[in-house]
Design a protein around this ligand. Structure first.
Ligand code: HAM
Length: 410
């Protein structure tokens, strides 16, 4: 039996990097006032269709959707934002305190064509903020990403930022875009032509090379921003500059989901081939109201966990969790003693291994090497008869004889 296409096991050999990233992210989020939230993997299809948008690639062709036994249409979550908004509205969190900051980590599902950095089950580290419309929040989220990547020792990433405007400035942009698209109609793919009526902004996100070429001089939202959106974007840029966060304004960045307003961004790398986006996010000030809550500004981002780990793997060897101590025990009496000692040491948090198979000293030392033990405790029949053991430092090969009184855990 094999995993299904685009799904994979994350094996123990690579898990230390996943754990390191998760630990750093959790510490950082908590320091910035975020609380963990856990949401279901399965939701009503309608939630994603309404939030992400009917005419997006995700909703049109990538969702794992099925009818359950009662015929309800359900979908494996392709992202977390919609569910977290649903939770915020369902539990009326806005009533006691509209300002909420959440983070979560977990699997997402999109039926895309699998390749390096792109899977059908992938993981995201997601952060969302509700109730704050200040541009400082936009800057702070980009700053948090910048800080996390710095702590992980990542280099060579660039933040691309854009402003997608608000319902005030959209109509002027949309009509300029439609006029431009009409003039390029003969160069657009069928999918784009179909989307012209439904959702022309999505055409700017088309991955087909002919469309990309036809759209190089397409109008930009930046030329149509209303004064409030303009000011907002200026403050975001100014504060990022002051904080020393490298970014570039990328007027072609539109993101693949419909809910965005104002600031949108992606953190890109050049080291993962076609899958260059390691994280993406933006403001979505209309979504809470769209899903039945009171008008509430909101903003967030998601990091592609698999991609982040892949970038880290290219930079460093995965950290093996080191074994503190291997006990080499020779003879039945020593094996029994070693068994008690290892239980006691493990209980106290010292990772300890031993081998019950009655192997030779040479074989056991080999095993200690293989497990990358920091120290080896050698308890042979002769040593025990004299109430001693040997402790060997595997890095320096220094070896000391200890009496059993030294073994404080006994
Ligand atoms: P997204 O850009 O669709 O945004 O996904 C965020 C990140 O997830 C991407 O930058 C990428 O690193 C990773 N990702 C997406 N698809 C795959 C895949 N098939 N395989 C591996 N990694 C993938 C969102 O999901 C929004 N919910 C982000 C957000 C949160 N916006 C506001 N709040």
């Amino acid at each position: 039996m094999q995993t299904i296409r685009g799904f994979r096991d994350i094996l123990p050999e690579t898990i230390s990097l996943w754990q390191k990233v998760e630990k750093e992210a959790t510490q950082l989020f908590e320091a910035f006032g975020f609380k963990e939230i856990r949401i279901p993997v399965l939701e009503k299809t309608e939630l994603f269709a309404r939030s992400i948008g009917e005419a997006t690639d995700i909703v049109e062709k990538e969702m794992y959707t099925f009818a359950d036994r009662k015929g309800d249409k359900l979908t494996l979550r392709p992202e977390a934002t919609a569910s977290i908004v649903r939770s915020y509205v369902q539990h009326k969190m806005y009533a006691s305190d509209p300002v909420r900051k959440f983070f979560m980590t977990g699997p997402m599902f999109r039926r895309e064509r699998p390749q390096k950095g792109r899977y059908r089950q992938f993981y995201q580290i997601d952060a969302e903020v509700f109730g704050i419309d200040s541009p400082y929040m936009d800057s702070q989220l980009i700053f948090i990403l910048h800080e996390l990547f710095k702590r992980l020792g990542l280099t060579g990433l660039s933040a691309h930022i854009n402003s997608l405007g608000c319902p005030e400035c959209r109509p002027s942009f949309q009509s300029a875009l439609l006029k431009f698209l009409e003039s390029r109609k003969d160069r657009l793919c069928e999918n784009c032509l179909r989307r012209m009526d439904k959702n022309p902004l999505r055409i700017l996100d088309c991955k087909m090379s002919e469309c990309k070429d036809a759209l190089t001089d397409a109008p930009s939202t930046l030329d149509h921003l209303c004064p409030v959106c303009k000011d907002h974007f200026e403050t975001v840029k100014r504060t990022l500059e002051t904080q020393g966060v490298d970014f570039m304004v990328d007027k072609t960045l539109v993101r693949g989901l419909d809910y965005y307003t104002r600031t949108a961004w992606e953190i890109q790398t050049t080291t993962l081939g076609a899958q260059s986006s390691v994280a993406g996010g933006g403001r979505y000030d209309g979504l809470v109201a769209e899903l039945g809550g009171p008008p509430t500004p909101a903003i967030g981002f998601a990091i592609g966990f698999d991609r982040l780990v892949e970038v880290l793997e290219q930079m460093e060897a995965p950290l093996e969790p080191p074994l503190d101590l291997f006990i080499v025990s020779l003879g039945d009496a020593a094996v029994e003693k070693a068994y008690f000692w290892s239980c006691e040491l493990n209980r106290k948090g010292v990772s300890t291994e031993l081998d019950f198979r009655g192997k030779s000293m040479k074989a056991l030392m080999k095993r200690a090497d293989k497990l990358k033990a920091g120290h080896v405790l050698i308890a042979g029949e002769n040593e025990l008869a004299q109430n001693t053991v040997l402790l060997r430092n595997m890095a320096t090969t220094e070896q000391v004889s200890l009496t059993l009184d030294h073994l404080v855990w006994i």
